[in-house]
Design a protein around this ligand. Structure first.
Ligand code: 13P
Length: 294
């Protein structure tokens, strides 16, 4: 069912596990994620950003599809606007029934980021929609330099930021970056800072740039207090590789079969991911219901 992202992340925060937020730009990706969640008894967050919405995943088309898919399953599904910056796009998503919006003010000054994030929070909360903010800046993996700590999230400022904006989840910069890292590179994350942030804030924390982080980093990040992991590049790659694999077997395959292969590949990727980040098995309704009928 479609629920608020806040509700999903509050449970993850309480029980120290991570929830996958997959950028899903079409029906195949959304269905792969939601059905994987149902099979794994896990929550999931489906999201896309303004650029993806403009190019391909148009909100007015995606929203009814995701709502329909979410309502068919008995696990929590949230729909999030990723990296919102434009107030009109954010308002449009809130009005359409997105259950969370992210306001990305990470390129702004601290003061301006607080000001604009607070406006979004005030508006979204009135419509029952939760808000993710970002402090510090998560850059791009192609030119990432994880020794440049100036852009990492400062715990003292984070406390002030959360207090003044009223956000429900905070995206933190601790060493990951968006996109594919140069070949062979695994980012070095600042776990000490993460623990400081978690103990100062005790609220849901978000890791952007989940792709290419490596299993060990993911497990440690969750142990340190990350509750939402954004994944785009690796999910796209899972779909692409699944298509290439079936094409290699049979190059005469038609478009529908390619789409089906991509969906199956992404679903399998998501299911594995849910086991790593600890969200699998959190909503074992089968057992709960069965116990109730005994
Ligand atoms: P990746 O493409 O690196 O997984 O980043 C996704 C993301 O953080 C979306 O906000």
């Amino acid at each position: 069912m479609l629920v608020s992202m806040k509700a999903i992340l509050e449970d993850a925060n309480k029980h120290y596990y991570g929830v996958m937020a997959m950028n899903s730009i079409n029906i195949e990706m959304a269905r792969a994620g939601i059905l994987a969640a149902e099979e794994e008894h896990s929550p999931i967050i489906i999201q896309f950003g303004p650029g993806q919405m403009k190019k391909h995943a148009h909100a007015e088309e995606m929203m009814p599809v995701i709502k329909e898919l979410a309502e068919r399953v008995f696990v929590p599904v949230a729909l999030n606007l990723d990296h919102g910056t434009d107030f009109y796009v954010i308002a449009d998503c809130i009005n359409r029934g997105f259950t969370n919006v992210m306001f990305d003010g990470s390129a702004l000054s601290f003061r301006e980021n607080i000001k604009r994030t607070s406006v979004v929070t005030a508006l979204a909360h009135q419509k029952g929609c939760s808000v993710e903010g970002e402090l510090g800046h998560v850059g791009q993996a192609v030119n990432s330099d994880d020794t440049d700590r100036d852009l990492y999230t400062n715990p003292d400022l984070a406390v002030e930021f959360v207090k003044k904006t009223g956000i429900d989840a905070l995206a933190v910069a601790i060493g990951t970056a968006h996109g594919a890292y140069p070949k062979g590179k695994i980012p070095k994350l600042d776990f000490e800072r993460l623990v400081q942030l978690k103990s100062a804030l005790n609220m849901p924390l978000v890791l952007h740039g989940g792709s290419g982080s490596g299993e060990e980093n993911l497990r440690k990040a969750i142990a340190g207090g990350i509750n939402k992991i954004n994944v785009c590049t690796d999910a796209f790659e899972a779909g692409k590789q699944a298509m290439l694999a079936v094409l290699k077997e049979d190059s005469s395959l038609d478009y529908m079969n390619l789409c089906m292969a991509a969906e199956a590949g992404i679903k399998s990727f998501v299911k594995d991911y849910m086991k790593i980040i600890g969200s699998a098995g959190r909503y074992c309704y089968g057992e709960t219901l069965a116990a109730g009928y005994e």
